[in-house]
Design a protein around this ligand. Sequence first.
Ligand SMILES: Nc1ncnc2c1ncn2[C@@H]1O[C@H](COP(=O)(O)OP(=O)(O)OP(=O)(O)O)[C@@H](O)[C@H]1O
Ligand SMILES: [Mg+2]
Ligand SMILES: [Zn+2]
Length: 546
Amino acid sequence: MSQALYRKFRPHLWGEVVGQEHVVQTLQNAIRSGRVGHAYLFAGPRGTGKTTSARLLAKAVNCLAEELNDRPCDHCDHCQAVNDGRFLDLIEIDAASNTSVDDVRDLREKINFAPSQGRFKVYIIDEVHMLSTAAFNALLKTLEEPPPHAIFILATTEVHKIPATVLSRCQRHEFRRIPLHLIVSLLKELAVKEEINVAEEAITLIARQATGSMRDAISLLDQLASSGIPITLEAAQTILGTAASQAVVELVDTILQRDPASGLVCIHRALDSGSDPRQFARQMVDYLRNLLLVRLGNADQVDATAEQRTAMTKQAQSFEKEHLLETLRLFNGAASEVRSGWQPGLPLELALAHAIGRREELTAAPEKNQPVIAPPAVTAPRPTQPANESFTAKTPAPAAVPQASAEQARPAAQLGADEAPADNPPPGEGHPTPAGIRDNWAKIRAVVKRKQPMIEALLNSCKSVELREGVLQLSFGSPVLKAKMEKDDNLQIVSSAVKQVLGWDIPVACIDATNKGGQMQSNSDVDADGMVNAALNLGGKIVQKE
Ligand SMILES: Nc1ncnc2c1ncn2[C@@H]1O[C@H](COP(=O)(O)OP(=O)(O)OP(=O)(O)O)[C@@H](O)[C@H]1O
Ligand SMILES: [Mg+2]
Ligand SMILES: [Zn+2]
């Protein structure tokens, strides 16, 4: 198998390291002035040049070039030996697989031997945050009094996991995410050198996808090039992003539809197929930001295909602005939350749960729990629906049509199969009553059937029909059926059938009998206001609790 492209193109000279000038400059100055420290800590995101710079430093301190300025020269025996991985005084330890205290003790014993080839023995300890506490303590002793011929370079992506005692003994250098334009130009250079046929837009897409990691960028290019066909933007989109970005679009849909179960499935599917949780959260943030731009009328600033733009516009319009902002904030929080070990997907899941929870609070959206109210057939006073009041069969709404007020104290009519219809009231007379509906329901359906058989079939699937606060409520056990009923002017047709049979002008509405949001479950173990409870109420399950 050929060598991975990112290994092949590891910078051999300081000048080839991009985007980390602040670090490179300091290290070069140290070399020039002959004042190299004994312990360094290179911290920063993955694939940004930590190991690369550590090796350059190891090369530079052992380089045989006369001029300090020229070190590393990349030509002398020592430089060549480091490049080939056969320089005896460069010891690279992967802390992820050598975490024990014995490993560090072993290191401490060996460190006292003088270098065999060069001036300095350089220890590069990669992923140093993986060391056990005992191993850190052992390492600390070495860092306190290193032999003059030893240089330690610790590298980590998770600097917050390094004990302060270790940090305080190291010269710390922060590696940054590499800016997009620098990744783009390096990828272009590589494409030319490697004779990879790749479209400019595809390079930008790859670079963007890498979110500041040069290794990821090079790997992605490598992956695409391996197919051997020219890399067009479309090809790149298909192979790279679309799987992940499709998940992002779907997740936004589940938020808009207040469907936490599907949202969780969506997140898990993305993570199971290899998306990094933080990366996925970042993609969500990017996407939501684009929706915000579209929502604010700046769609031209959004970098997307025409097709994507259409989908975005649709979603952007379905979002309440306040809710969109809140969702953006929530996923931004998830993106910056650092959790690698325990439940890496949890920040995403909580962001989802809260985003859906916020939607319930902020909107009186018609999609699910709120009934769509069909206007009555002829103008008639209509109940005003309070914005935040969930309109369910069990919650009496404070405002109601005047003529319905008499009914408020009485139980609603439930049309069960076992209830026998009573005598018909004279059409057009009296107030709307549950009994009137119940007794004439068969007639009403017959009228509907004549107009639209499909709507009558839907009425047949109703779990219950109730007259509440002057509104005829149809409850459906399936969101799909409910949505069908709410389509077009179906409710209007039912409303006019009621008018035709009974002479009443009453609005008709659908409610969701599967309503999960209405009935909050509680778990005695969890804080009622806490995030876990919020997640539970939205259909989450406790997998493991700390
Ligand atoms: N700043 C950079 N300039 C040029 N190439 C880079 C840079 N950073 C990374 N690369 C490319 O990515 C590859 C991997 O980089 P490196 O091993 O130095 O990353 P790292 O920061 O140590 O990552 P990790 O934290 O995952 O170990 C290099 O071989 C090189 O091809
Ligand atoms: Mg590394
Ligand atoms: Zn050299």
